[in-house]
Design a protein around this ligand. Sequence first.
Ligand code: ADP
Ligand code: MG
Length: 342
Amino acid sequence: MRRLDRETVDRIAAGEVVTRPARVVVELVENALDAGADRIEIEVVGDGTDRIRVVDDGEGMSAEEAALAVERHTTSKLPDGNLSTVDTLGFRGEALASIADVANVTLTTNDGGARGTQVQVTEDGEATVDSAGRGRGTTVEVTDLFHNRPARKESLAAPATEFERISDRVATYALLRPGVAIALDHDGRRVFATPGSGAFVDAALSVYGREVARESTTLDAEASVEVGDRTAPVSVRGLLAYPSVTRAGTEHTRIAVNGRPVSVPVLRRAVERGYGSLLPGDRHPVTTLLVSLPPWVVDQNVHPTKETVALRAADTVADAVETAVSDALATADLRRSADVAM
Ligand code: ADP
Ligand code: MG
């Protein structure tokens, strides 16, 4: 764990990160994924301002690391401060500190030692460090979110809407990272839990239920595209629900670029073009797609919340995605007609 130098900090597009409870959940889940967790449990009370707890079985932190983790601009994730080689979801080292600014944070962690560590950040920003019993992994509990930001709390939507955002974001990670078992509980009730089998269809079954799982096909395609004077390999993997299963909103067209769930309209439209005329009118597809590109094609650092990326030769990459989607749907369609014929 190290403190980023001034220069690196300035190069990272920073910004007010914690705008609503779903943002807290995203940051904590990303940290758990970065820690290599196989299992992540997310518990939310109400709209998330009361309590959010994320429990992981990842690599954990030592006592020293845990105390540093809640400070601003401390990260274990930027080797040499080199932004172009980041392959983790985090890298700014400010999420935990930003959350601690607007909530009470308790972090309990163990990196495999006999005893674990508990760090508590109190309302005045002081951190207390104790030892604590816990197996390997990390639990972060965030309570009383926005207690010192009444205007922000006031501006939140109805609790059901805020929880929907949380549930949508957790579903995104659960669907795009099927190798990790991800469970979401709300007010003590289980919303969904993926098995962590690695199969996209298993995650879709847990999140969406039988219809989407049955009415879908997997996709695994490779292509090369010309970017400037270089050739870039593009791979597209994941799950496509058949056009018989659609949604009114675009939020179910889930796409990750190099492992990071992002909103890249040019790619989402490419996926829709891949469905072509199969897609009824103003309906949108249910997809879980991982697009992988060489790092030099992607600029991760364009948005403070890292929710979007800029692509070089975006139209060419989009064409490759469109072709991958339409080919997979055509193949699945042939297979299904053959099944029916038999
Ligand atoms: P970033 O993720 O950008 O590094 P954060 O503020 O989210 O910044 O976290 C700071 C540091 O705390 C991380 O770099 C990591 O070393 C450590 N950390 C946070 N959450 C966890 C976790 N769940 N498991 C292990 N280490 C963690
Ligand atoms: Mg982080």
